[in-house]
Design a protein around this ligand. Sequence first.
Ligand code: CA
Ligand code: CA
Ligand code: CA
Ligand code: CA
Length: 532
Amino acid sequence: MEKKMRKIIFILTTSVPVILLLTTSVPVIFSIEKESFYSAQSNRETQVVRGEILVKFKSGVSQSKKMSILTNSNAQIRGGLNKLNIELIKLPAGMSVQEAVEYYRNLTEVEFAEPNYIRKAFATPNDTSYNQQWGLSKIYAEDAWSKVTVSSAIIVAVIDSGVWLSHPDLLLNLTTGYDFVTPDDNPNDDNGHGTHVAGIIAAATNNGQGIAGVAGGNYLSGQTTPGVRIMPVKALGADGMGKDSDISAGIIYAADNGAKIINMSFGGDGYSNVLSTSCSYAYDKGCIMVAASGNDGKEGVAYPAAFNNIIAVGASDQSDKKASFSNYGNNLTSVTLVAPGVGILSTLPNANPGPDPDAMWDSTGYGNSNGTSMATPFVSGVVALLLSQNSNLSFEEVFKTLTKTADDIESPGWDKYTGYGRLNALASLGFSIKVPEEKPSNAPNPFYPNSLVQTKKTTKIYLPQTLRGPSPTLRVYNIAGELVRTVQSNSSSRVEWDGKNDQGDTVANGIYLYVVQTDKGIGQGKVTLIKE
Ligand SMILES: [Ca+2]
Ligand SMILES: [Ca+2]
Ligand SMILES: [Ca+2]
Ligand SMILES: [Ca+2]
């Protein structure tokens, strides 16, 4: 495979045209109605969907009680996320989201109430003319291909604006998806963003046209091996904006329909329980989620990328510098790593896909774009190569592999602009996971889910009978496998963690692994820390 792979035909493209044609005869309403919402938690105004909120009632609240609460406030249930017991509530005219969220949060029957936040696609159409896929050689993709045959059993869900389904460089690698924006089973792209993202992951490679995807297979005649399957899940509209309710429905759909990887090249500032819960749902089903850090060039990573069970991807350029627009962060759980995101050539609709003046398309079917949106699918593509090599890898194992094998750029070691460094596909495939020293191979008894009690202040872990002994030691590790905290307990049956590290600082939200040791043996488990 190795030599032939280099025979990729590069199409020279001009910049993506900005089309200023809006239908005048038929007014097209395609954008989400917005209003602004002030979050005290993040001390920031954010754009949210007008006239809607998302509410989770406490378990045990009866349907009739819910209905009477809604009737009292003149609101209606418009749908929701059944799997998560979350209701999408349509507010009466004149009620602001701010008022509604406060009202519902104060009801004893409500677990949480929050706005339907709007997330946006993180690509910026580009006029600079790069005409090569420099990103593939930068991450040593061609060398990586010689080490692994892409598995078409791997499904990568692209939650985005859809995919241009008739694109000749994509259709060989597509599987069934769904449209959650105008619900039906036709997730065709009316913005162009999703098509660009999908091509970076899995444009058909060696099919004699266009570009090569990171995990696009090998379509050389006579030795065809297909690429990974792209599952187009449309949750962003023609304007590149999406609601948490549609995005969450998309995440659940992807997880329930066999996606192993979920690519999310979008985000927004608002912390959302709805989005966090749907991401945890997919994580619990074994999905590896990869999301964009954001394009504001500021400190602070967008959600969903900022969640700890998601790989957050920033953008780097051809000289291995952080792209100026790439968001960054100040602790170990902000930007995980960076990947090429400036002047990235990929697939586009070959005709105007929709009403948005900034829609991305080019009559050649290819064009350049910039963004953390473009960097994210490079990582998703490499995760697809890793899973092609070993389909059993967990999120933690993938996270560790990518971060340990990234090429260090910018200031030496981990840095807040580029995280652990720039993605290296070849090195990641050669990395073998080392089991942490303390990982027990013969835990006496697994911990049961009810052996852990979390409150706002602490996590209490109750030891099974067989493990109880004097002064148990609790060790807490982050997902990179680094020891965060050691606690010695006075109780023989219980250990307790206050969510702080050994320096006394509160650690970031997310997943932690813990090991409990007594004179009887060692047990381990996982805990998800969520603090407001
Ligand atoms: Ca539709
Ligand atoms: Ca191709
Ligand atoms: Ca993250
Ligand atoms: Ca560095």
